[in-house]
Ligand binder design. Structure first.
Ligand code: NI
Length: 139
């Protein structure tokens, strides 16, 4: 990675907002305000890339589901095979005798990823589902 110059700039905030920021710096274990602000800006950039809808993005879908429901396992597999162009990788963990945890890394246009993710998340027998939005960042 090439070393880009870091620019300092000042920001005016109401005191209470700055206090809330500092609280978050401490709670989350950040080394400095700058680190936290950089992360917040990147989060917002990723959100705008997703909202824009034109650029390909990545998503990580986490599912926890009932291992004993064999038709569910089959439906999860069928959907991924049908939409294989958007499925980059899958990791399956047998959490215990009853629960499977699966992370599915998805890649494509935001609408495609959101649709596929909603389809998998909405299957009967899925006990937990969460999509983490990610994207390529140049900064
Ligand atoms: Ni399993």
């Amino acid at each position: 990675m090439d070393t880009e110059p870091t620019i300092r700039f000042s920001v005016s905030l109401p005191k209470s907002l700055l206090d809330a920021l500092d609280e978050r710096v401490i709670d989350k274990g950040y080394a400095s305000r700058s680190e936290l602000v950089r992360d917040l800006i990147r989060e917002r950039l990723i959100e705008s890339i997703w909202e824009d809808g034109e650029t390909e993005v990545a998503g990580v879908l986490t599912l926890v589901y009932d291992h004993h429901d064999r038709t569910l396992t089959q439906r999860i597999l069928d959907i991924q095979h049908r939409d294989y162009v958007h499925v980059v990788a899958t990791t399956h963990v047998h959490l215990d005798h009853h629960n499977c945890l699966e992370t599915i890394i998805l890649y494509g246009k935001p609408a495609q990823i959101a649709h596929l993710s909603a389809e998998l998340s909405g299957l009967r027998g899925v006990r937990f589902a969460k999509l983490t939005r990610a994207a390529r960042l140049d900064h």
